[in-house]
Design a protein around this ligand. Structure first.
Ligand code: SF4
Length: 347
C-alpha cells in the first residue's frame, strides 16, 4: 500500500481515470486532504461508495504515535511511517500584541547522514529519505491534530533537505499549488548546512527563503562539528546565497547555535562579523538545546547578549531566538530518541 500524497495531482488524475471515475474526483480527494484534513477515505462523502473502497484498498496515511504540548504552545508530533520508521514534526505558534502566526517545522529524512555533533538527529544516525507524501503529510497531519491552519512552513526538522532534493522539491511544488497547500514561496523556509547541492537548488529550485546553518565562523572548527564531506566551504556557500538574494529578493538568514565554550566568545563574534559584514543577511542566535549523549551545554544568557551586542555594533542585523518547547524535548530528534530509548528498554 502506498501513500496517496506520493502521487502528484496529474498522477492522481490518472489513477482516478483508470479506476473508471471522472477526473474531477482528483480535485475532490485533494480538497478532503488539504482543505478538510480528512484521512479516512470512508468519510469522503461526495465520492461514490465503490470508489472509496478502491482508495481504502490502495492507499494509506502515516499514523500519529505521540504528541507533546509545551507550556509555550509548541506541539511536537511523532509519526509512525508504514515501514515502522518514526519521524518528528513541530508546530510553533507565535504571538505578538498585533498578530499570531503558526509555523510548521517538517522533517525530510528519517535520521540524518550529516551527523552534526551537536544534534540529536545526527547522533542517532541515518535511516532513509522520506518520500514526498511523507513530507507533505506532516503539514496536513499537524494542521488536523493541532486544530489550526499554518502560516509558514519550515524545512528545519530531522534531516538535511538538500540530501533529499527531489522529494523536497516535489513537496514544495504541491505546497505552493492552488489545489494543494496554497502557500506562497515566501512563506516557506528551507534550512541547510550548505551541501554541494545548494548551487543546483538555488539556480533551479523553488524561490523559497533560506536559513543557512553556519554555527561556526571558522572552517576547521565547522568541519569538526559538521563532519559530512560534501558540505561546501563557508565562503562558497555565502557567495551563492548572496547571489540568490540579489536575484530573487528572498530573505537569507544565518543560523548560529550558541554552545558554551565552543563558539560563544567575543573572538568568535569578531570572526563572524568579518565573514558577514556588508552582506544582506539577518543573523539568528539560537540558544542551544542540550542533547544526549554529549557534553555540550548552552551558552549563559550574558554571553549570548554580549555576542549579540558585538554583532550589532559591527553593523549586522541580529536577533536572539527564544527557545521553544524546551519542556517537551523540542530540539530536532529528541522525541524520537526518547521514544526509541523507551521502546528499547521495555523490549
Ligand atoms: Fe542533520 Fe541538521 Fe541535525 Fe546536522 S543539524 S545532523 S544537518 S538534522
Amino acid at each position: 500500500m502506498g501513500l496517496i500524497l506520493d502521487l502528484d495531482f496529474e498522477h492522481l488524475q490518472e489513477f482516478v481515470l483508470e479506476s473508471g471515475e471522472p477526473s474531477f474526483r482528483a480535485r475532490q480527494i485533494w480538497e478532503w486532504i488539504f482543505k478538510k484534513r480528512t484521512f479516512d477515505f470512508q468519510s469522503m462523502s461526495n465520492l461514490p461508495e465503490k470508489f472509496r473502497a478502491v482508495l481504502r484498498d490502495s492507499f494509506s496515511f502515516p499514523t500519529l504515535k505521540r504528541c507533546s504540548r509545551s507550556s509555550d504552545g509548541t506541539i511536537k508530533f511523532l509519526w509512525a511511517l508504514e515501514d515502522g520508521e518514526l519521524i518528528e514534526s513541530v508546530l510553533l505558534p507565535y504571538f505578538t500584541s498585533r498578530k499570531k502566526w503558526i509555523s510548521l517545522c517538517l522533517s525530510t529524512q528519517a535520521g540524518c547522514p550529516v551527523r552534526c555533533l551537536f544534534c540529536q538527529t545526527g547522533i542517532g544516525g541515518f535511516r532513509r529519505n522520506l518520500s514526498r507524501g511523507e513530507i507533505l503529510f506532516q503539514v496536513v497531519g499537524m494542521e488536523k491534530f493541532g486544530g489550526t491552519k499554518a502560516s509558514r512552513i519550515l524545512f528545519m526538522g530531522m534531516g538535511e533537505p538538500l540530501l533529499n532534493l527531489r522529494e523536497t522539491i516535489g513537496a514544495v511544488e504541491v505546497l505552493t499549488r492552488k489545489e494543494g497547500g496554497e502557500f506562497g514561496e515566501r512563506r516557506i523556509t528551507l534550512s541547510t548546512v550548505g551541501m554541494r547541492e545548494l548551487e543546483e537548488f538555488l539556480r533551479n529550485g523553488p524561490r523559497v527563503e533560506i536559513a543557512y546553518s553556519l554555527h561556526f565562523p571558522e572552517e576547521n572548527q565547522r568541519k569538526r562539528f559538521i563532519p559530512h564531506p560534501h558540505v561546501l566551504p563557508i565562503s562558497r556557500a555565502l557567495e551563492l546565497l548572496e547571489e540568490y538574494h540579489s536575484a530573487s529578493g528572498r530573505v537569507v538568514s544565518i543560523e548560529y547555535l550558541m554552545i558554551k565554550g565552543i563558539n560563544d566568545s567575543l573572538d568568535s563574534a569578531s570572526k563572524l562579523s568579518s565573514l558577514l559584514r556588508g552582506k544582506p543577511f539577518h543573523v539568528n542566535l539560537l540558544p542551544f538545546n542540550p542533547v544526549s549523549p554529549s557534553s555540550f551545554s548552552p551558552s549563559p544568557r550574558g554571553y549570548i547578549l554580549a555576542f549579540k551586542n558585538f554583532l550589532r555594533k559591527s553593523g549586522l542585523n541580529v536577533t536572539i531566538r527564544k527557545p521553544r518547547g524546551s519542556d517537551i524535548q523540542a530540539a530536532c530528534g529528541q522525541l524520537r530518541a526518547q521514544t526509541l530509548d523507551g521502546e528499547d528498554s521495555s523490549s
